[in-house]
Design a protein around this ligand. Structure first.
Ligand code: SF4
Length: 516
């Protein structure tokens, strides 16, 4: 019996669900070679949506036939040959634009259908894939960008993430989920994974079993952002490292078979968890896998995925160095240069962070000073100013069909303006998004800026922003809250300048925006 039998007979399925039953999203992979031969005009419009399963979205305007591609980078770990391959794809096909996303992935723009088979083949050669980066399927796995080098990690999650990721890649048992399914697996005690905003997260934990302290994970379920955000809740179970894949498979199966498929806006796992509660969810989970009760949660203070500066690794004599990539965007030549530098001074690896930044690991302590003299680090800096260094932005109207306003360049301009005008001893994390979706994770920012359209005095529709304040995770986790009113985009720089100047003038030394 096909697993879809569980829900296929439901007459109330949404129209998207009925389409998915007619053709599974992964089948687009079989069609792409022919479309590439016959050109964009040969692709029926009703097939456009399926390209998501291949990690491809049509850019704005769709009719022009340019694609955005998201490449999965599980846990943000890139080998040297992977980094070089990504840079060369961007250079050859993507007008040299490379974006780091808030889930450690890499995005290209301006791709045409004719180029996709060659890009797939280049990715496959270096062990990368864009399949599952979008669509109703398990997305790339967010993890600890310091996995294996983190002096404080409870578990080195590199092999676990690889194992789980590849067991779900192109897995037809799980290619028709009710909606997107975002997971994270991390042993980082500073919650660099942003555990509470994932559908499923494995967070560092310990438990004494038969008198021995065992490092493993606790499980959070039901988080997610968008217009109805939920913080994930902790389930009363302890997972040993060797059980992570089994537990992931069990929870994905529960979501696949019991997740809601009648109304698309209620289809994320968070709605099922909100209705069931974690007790009922645990009971269901234990039908699939045997687990002990919780141990001790090891999450400490949240670092929001920032690792700026030079830090000692767990390995003696080696350092990792965190750099700022302003709003996550760089040029392909810069990425090639980073690949060269990471090979020359380190072991060639590069790590991406969900703060849209990078880490170069495995640099011998005695080589750190020479590395920092490289000219690229005049722009990609290790000690950035307090605004540009902590600004995050989604793609926005430049490429995204859902965007209402421009974001990326605007966020960069605003942050640079604030750095010029306001001096601060603590960072203020500002996230900008171009619509109510949450690719820029607006909800967890100190200051969230969400693009809207509104009428100005002349009754013309113009770009504007809503402002939200006070988002944080881990201790006292909460989403930011909307301030009254809307700000015209043209007034945003000045309003924010006044806002953060007030904070700078009134705060105590060392006081953070959240504590203010
Ligand atoms: Fe597009 Fe909205 Fe996502 Fe920004 S948040 S990239 S505007 S869908």
């Amino acid at each position: 019996m096909s697993y879809t039998k569980v829900w296929a007979d439901n007459e109330k399925l949404s129209k998207e669900e009925k389409l998915k039953l007619e053709k599974d999203g992964l089948e687009i992979l079989n069609d792409i070679p022919q479309y590439a031969k016959d050109g964009f005009e040969s692709i029926p419009k009703d097939q456009w949506n399926l390209f998501k399963w291949a990690g491809l979205y049509l850019q704005k305007p769709k009719e022009d036939g340019y694609f955005m591609m998201r490449v999965n980078v599980p846990s943000g770990i890139l080998t040297n040959e992977q980094t070089v391959a990504l840079a060369e794809i961007a250079k050859d096909y993507g007008r040299s634009v490379v974006d780091i996303t808030t889930r450690q992935a890499i995005q290209f723009h301006w791709l045409t259908i004719e180029q996709i088979p060659d890009i797939f083949s280049r990715l496959e050669k270096v062990g990368l894939s864009s399949v599952g980066a979008c669509g109703d399927i398990m997305r790339t796995i967010v993890g600890n960008p310091l996995a294996g080098i983190d002096p404080n990690e409870t578990v080195d999650t590199r092999n676990i993430v690889e194992d789980v990721y590849w067991s779900f890649q192109k897995n037809e048992q799980f290619s028709n989920l009710p909606r997107k399914f975002k997971i994270s697996i991390s042993g980082n005690v500073q919650n660099a994974q942003n555990a509470e905003i994932n559908c499923l997260s494995f967070v560092p934990a310990t438990k004494v079993i038969d008198g021995v302290e065992v490092n493993g994970f606790h499980v959070y379920v039901g988080g997610g952002l968008s217009s109805k955000p939920y913080l994930a809740e902790e389930v009363d179970v302890f997972v040993r490292p060797e059980q992570v894949k089994e537990v992931t498979t069990a929870i994905t199966t529960i979501y696949r078979d019991f997740g809601y498929r009648e109304k698309r806006h209620r289809a994320r796992l968070k709605f099922l968890i909100a209705d069931w509660g974690t007790e009922k969810f645990k009971e269901k989970l234990l039908e699939y896998v045997s687990l002990l009760d919780k141990g001790e949660n090891k999450l400490g203070n949240w670092n929001a995925g920032y690792f700026y500066g030079v830090h000692q690794q767990k390995q003696n004599g080696l350092s990792y160095i965190g750099f700022n990539v302003p709003v996550g965007r760089m040029d392909a030549n810069e990425l090639l240069e980073l690949a060269r530098i990471s090979k020359h001074y380190g072991n060639g690896e590069l790590r991406t962070c969900n703060s849209q930044n990078i880490v170069i690991p495995n640099v011998k302590d005695e080589d750190v000073e020479s590395l920092l003299q490289e000219s690229i680090f005049n722009r990609i800096t290790l000690n950035p100013p307090k605004f540009i260094g902590y600004s995050v932005s989604c793609t926005g109207i430049e490429y995204c069909n859902l965007a209402l306003v421009e974001t990326k360049e605007r966020m960069r301009d605003i942050a640079n303006y604030l750095d010029e005008k306001v001096s601060l001893d603590v960072p203020v994390r500002i996230h900008m998004v171009g619509c109510p979706n949450s690719c820029g994770q607006r909800q967890i920012a100190d200051i969230g800026l969400q693009g809207i359209l509104m009428k100005n005095k002349e009754k013309k529709m113009v770009e504007a922003f809503e402002i939200y304040v006070g988002g944080t995770l881990t201790t006292n986790a909460q989403f930011n809250e909307k301030l009254k009113g809307k700000i015209l985009a043209e007034d945003l720089n000045e309003v924010l300048r006044q806002f953060v100047t007030y904070f700078a003038d009134e705060k105590l030394l060392g006081e953070t925006f959240h504590d203010f």
